[in-house]
Design a protein around this ligand. Structure first.
Ligand code: HEC
Ligand code: HEC
Ligand code: HEC
Ligand code: HEC
Length: 233
């Protein structure tokens, strides 16, 4: 059994042992909307030179942070070119993931160790820890993922009338904590760009529970409400 993570729950411990090399890395029973504590992104749940006591530290530091993101503390991926989504019906100009998505990909492309933060290097990547087929590994091939890295703006809607107008369509994100705005203000990075954070709130504050209890999604997946937030279908 891999020993990267603190085993916090005997049930999961047993599953992890029975499962051989697959590490049980599910959330620790955190609830949608209740914040980042006890989610997969809580550094305290990972053993790191003993025990880590801070929650935010895998991603942010108050000092000596990098300019890759807001007070960013995690090593960035060296992958310069991801394989992009493309299809004959795509009207958007899909580009490489934007700077905000690259923060997610610093762990989720599977090339950088999860615990490479604060100048530390080495250890397990998501691929090592979860196995290359684990769904948490987004990898370097984004052609089988919902497109990101493009402008969803008035120009796109003019070409594609099956999309709701981003600046005037109201959206409520979250459930126990909610925010009301438009597609542009609630879902689009900088008000225009489709990125990982369009659908996910990594801080688990403005999130809605999913059937599987995972996903950190801003709008629920029941009845595909999330998809129908932007798509007229
Ligand atoms: C797994 C990585 C991760 C962890 C852990 C994390 N953050 Fe963040 N944080 C991000 C990313 C990525 C962004 C930029 C994009 C976004 O907001 O989704 C961000 C943005 C922010 C911002 C600026 C934008 C905003 O939303 O206000 C603040 C402030 C912030 N985080 C505070 C915190 C605090 C406080 C904690 C711990 C309680 C924390 N974060 C834990 C990844 C993380
Ligand atoms: C510091 C590393 C790191 C960063 C940065 C990071 N993640 Fe994660 N993420 C993880 C780990 C580790 C897991 C747990 C993997 C597992 O359980 O298989 C995870 C799990 C997830 C999950 C599934 C589990 C859940 O709780 O729903 C989602 C969704 C997710 N991340 C989205 C994001 C998004 C979106 C960003 C950027 C805004 C991001 N992550 C940034 C490390 C990271
Ligand atoms: C169009 C919306 C959308 C975008 C954009 C998006 N995701 Fe997701 N993601 C989802 C949904 C929906 C789920 C599944 C939630 C569930 O289990 O019900 C999910 C699940 C995940 C999971 C968990 C897989 C699992 O079951 O363990 C991870 C990790 C993740 N996304 C990371 C990312 C990252 C990183 C990006 C950007 C590169 C991204 N997502 C962009 C909608 C999106
Ligand atoms: C924040 C808005 C938003 C959300 C949420 C969203 N999408 Fe999209 N989606 C878009 C935009 C914009 C495009 C690019 C469309 C284009 O190129 O014409 C797109 C592209 C797609 C495509 C590719 C279309 C093509 O022509 O190849 C599919 C399929 C799709 N989305 C399905 C979904 C599903 C399923 C969900 C829910 C899990 C979802 N989308 C959630 C905005 C969104």
């Amino acid at each position: 059994m891999l020993n990267l993570r603190i085993v916090w729950n005997i049930g999961i411990f047993v599953v992890a042992c029975l499962g051989g090399t697959q590490l049980a890395m599910a959330q620790t029973g955190s609830t949608a909307g209740q914040g980042i504590a006890n989610t997969s992104h809580d550094a305290r749940l990972w053993t790191f030179l003993g025990t880590e006591s801070q929650i935010c530290v895998m991603c942010h530091a108050p000092h000596n942070a990098t300019s890759d993101g807001p007070l960013w503390n995690h090593a960035m991926s060296a992958v310069a070119s991801y394989k992009l989504y493309g299809s004959s019906s795509t009207l958007a100009t899909i580009g490489q993931p934007g700077p905000t998505s690259k923060l997610c990909l610093s762990c989720h492309d599977g090339t950088v160790a999860i615990l490479s933060f604060g100048g530390n290097t080495g250890g397990m990547t998501l691929i090592d820890a979860a196995g290359a087929t684990a769904r948490s590994v987004i990898g370097q091939d984004l052609s089988n993922d919902h497109p990101i890295g493009f402008a969803y703006d008035a120009a796109l809607v003019a070409k594609d009338p099956t999309k709701l107008k981003p600046t005037s369509t109201p959206v409520t994100i979250g459930a126990s904590s909610t925010r009301l705005g438009t597609i542009a203000t609630m879902l689009l990075d900088g008000g225009t760009k489709m990125e990982c954070s369009s659908c996910h709130d990594v801080h688990n504050k403005f999130t809605v529970a999913t059937l599987s209890g995972r996903g950190l999604v801003k709008v629920g997946t029941g009845g595909s409400a999330l998809c129908l937030t932007c798509h007229i279908k």
